[in-house]
Write a protein that binds this ligand. Structure first.
Ligand code: HEC
Ligand code: HEC
Length: 325
């Protein structure tokens, strides 16, 4: 035998012997149900690109089963399932499902998922521009509110009551957030620019804009929003009355995004702040709690990090619940 051939034969034998060495058996083939609450197209995209490592249904290619590739695959699957398992989808409440999709979408946009080495060998898992826009459009429909969804009048009345008469009377006593933003009590006088009630079950939200924001909306100058824009989002528990109408229950929180491209350059041009509960406790354990806000708003970065857009409506329609000063 020629020398080269001999080496090849030895390597081949070693390779075959290696095949008896396998990673611990992983459950590969429990079918995963289609994700309910999600359009079929979105389900298909996630199934093709993510289920191999994030569900109990794995479609392995022949080369994934060869030692040592199978060890890498097995560890990806074990870790992947721990981080996110679409087979447990039904166990999640709807808001958690939505949040999971936002989070997953972030990982796709940032290029972290699907894992690059895997996508290189499994071209099916790669997301093309169309799939990305399908996901994005869907997330936009669950997040962005149609501007003409109006607040039920009862709610608006209660909203005022809740904000105005509860424990806090002297707003100057409200503590600033750890990233140094002071509370802005004046938002009660701003215009409601949008409402949303479906994104989280059981809560209703109203989004207010200050004068600069409202002017920017009227002039279609919302991308980017001008410096000085402030958007406030308020959330209340939703209460269903005996007659079936829905009104605002306990106050949950108010959040602000304050635009100043220079001052807040490090946080995407916005100052982020949230106060919780009737005692308006500043949210966050450290000064960079705003990273959490940014990571969730990141899917709409092309929209200047704002979900609630476009709001190109006749400006007078915003007026209905605007209290006169
Ligand atoms: C080849 C296997 C593999 C594929 C395919 C894959 N992932 Fe992952 N994923 C992992 C592993 C391993 C982890 C856990 C380790 C880590 O965070 O890097 C993970 C973690 C995650 C996390 C949680 C990250 C965290 O920090 O908690 C999300 C969200 C995620 N993947 C989303 C996706 C989405 C969406 C897809 C499809 C577009 C996808 N993954 C495809 C292997 C994979
Ligand atoms: C889990 C994801 C998530 C996190 C975390 C998050 N937001 Fe948002 N935010 C949203 C969504 C979705 C909307 C769109 C309105 C809606 O559906 O409630 C929104 C809307 C807003 C708005 C109204 C303007 C707009 O973008 O529509 C403000 C202000 C806001 N968020 C501030 C904050 C602040 C401040 C933080 C951090 C303390 C934060 N958000 C964290 C998801 C998130």
């Amino acid at each position: 035998m020629k020398k080269g051939l001999k080496i090849f034969a030895i390597l081949l034998a070693a390779f075959i012997a290696l095949q008896f060495w396998k990673p611990e058996e992983i459950e590969y083939s429990i079918p995963t149900k289609d994700l309910h609450n999600v359009p079929a197209e979105v389900n298909t995209i996630l199934r093709n690109s993510c289920f191999d490592c994030h569900s109990s249904t794995v479609n392995l290619a022949w080369f994934d089963k060869i030692t040592p590739a199978n060890f890498i695959v097995a560890s990806h699957i074990t870790d992947g399932r721990k981080a996110l398992n679409f087979s447990d989808w039904d166990k999640l409440e709807k808001p958690k499902q939505n949040a999971t999709l936002f989070y997953a979408f972030n990982k796709i946009l940032s290029g972290e998922m699907p894992i690059k080495s895997y996508a290189a060998l499994h071209p099916n898992a790669k997301l093309d521009d169309r799939s990305i826009s399908v996901l994005k459009n869907y997330l936009t429909t669950i997040a962005v509110r149609k501007p003409n969804q109006e607040v039920p009048p009862a709610a608006a009345k209660d909203v005022e009551k809740v904000i105005l008469n509860k424990k806090i009377t002297d707003y100057s006593k409200v503590k600033p957030t750890l990233n140094n933003i002071s509370y802005i009590p004046d938002f009660r006088n701003w215009k409601a620019v949008s409402t949303s009630d479906r994104f989280d079950n059981g809560s209703m939200r109203i989004i207010y804009g200050n004068e600069i924001a409202v002017k920017a909306i009227a002039e279609h100058q919302t991308n980017p929003w001008p410096d000085g824009t402030i958007l406030a989002k308020t959330a209340w528990k939703q209460k269903t009355e005996v007659d079936g109408t829905i009104s605002a229950g306990a106050f949950i929180q108010v959040e602000f995004m304050i635009k100043d491209a220079k001052k807040y350059e490090a946080t995407k041009g916005w100052g982020w702040a949230r106060w919780k509960g009737n005692d308006l406790k500043p949210y966050g354990d450290s000064a960079n709690f705003d990273q959490e806000c940014i990571s969730c708003h990141n899917p709409v970065k092309n929209n200047d990090y704002v979900f609630t857009a476009p709001l190109h409506l006749d400006i007078n329609k915003f007026n209905i619940y605007n209290k006169t000063k």
